[in-house]
Each structure stands twice: as structure tokens, then as C-alpha cells.
Design a protein. Sequence first.
Length: 158
Amino acid sequence: MTTQIADPPPGKNRERQAAYDDDVILWAEEQARLLRAGRFAELDIEHIADEIEDAGKSEKRELASRIAVLLAHLIKWQFQPARRGSSLRKTISLQRRQVEAALKATPSLKVTLRDPNWQLVAWGDALLQAIRETGLEDLPEACPWSMDDARNPDFWTD
């Protein structure tokens, strides 16, 4: 059984937009209160839908950031063997744990992790970071490791 939500009265959409634009945290708290009270006709459905979609995007951005940092440090590990040390090993280990925690908390991110286009973007971000931090040149245009290898705790840092 689905609950029908009535259209808002004239002018209500402008009020909702203003509340959303002025203070999204206050707006979110109000929406939660309305939901819990069962006052569905008063909900700002369009912005609620946007926020739900944005939550997924945020999770993907966080995963991309973690993977880029991990790959940048794997680049350093491979291409600067003289600089391998406990600090680099710890950073790689930390990023791997955080990637795994994100995948455990949101298993649907595994699909994102296997997307070749997403991988290209993450690799590009990793290259920029590694070049900026090391000055390395002539790095591979494509990631030479699978995402499974990059996430594997036994890959290269043992």
C-alpha cells in the first residue's frame, strides 16, 4: 500500500526552496520531524530526493579519494624504492583499511570500484598527487594494478 502525497498549496514550493537554500541542516531536521510525525503532505519531496541521491554521490567521492591516495602511495612504493619506509607502509595500510571499511559499510560501492571509467578518474587523481608530491615523470597512463591487487594487504608492502 502506497501513501499518496498531496500537492503543496500555492506558494509553498517557494517557501520550501527558501528554507532549503537558507539552512540545509535546519531544513533536514524539519523534514525528519515531519516524517516522524506522519505529516507527509508537508514534506519537501523534491529536495529530499536530491539529498538522498547526493548521499550516494558523497560515498562514491569518499571512495574515489581513498583509492586515489592509495594508488598515489603505491606509485611511490613502486617508483621510489629507496624511499620505502614505515611511514609509506602505514599510509598504504591505512588507506586499504579505510577502503575496505567503506566497502563493508556500503557494499554497493563494489560496483563503482569495478567501473573502468571511474578507475580512470581515480588513476588520474593518483597520478596528479604522486607527481605533485614526488616530481616523478614517465608514469603509466593507465593503472598497472587491478583494484583487487591495490586493496590486497599483501600486495607490495610485506
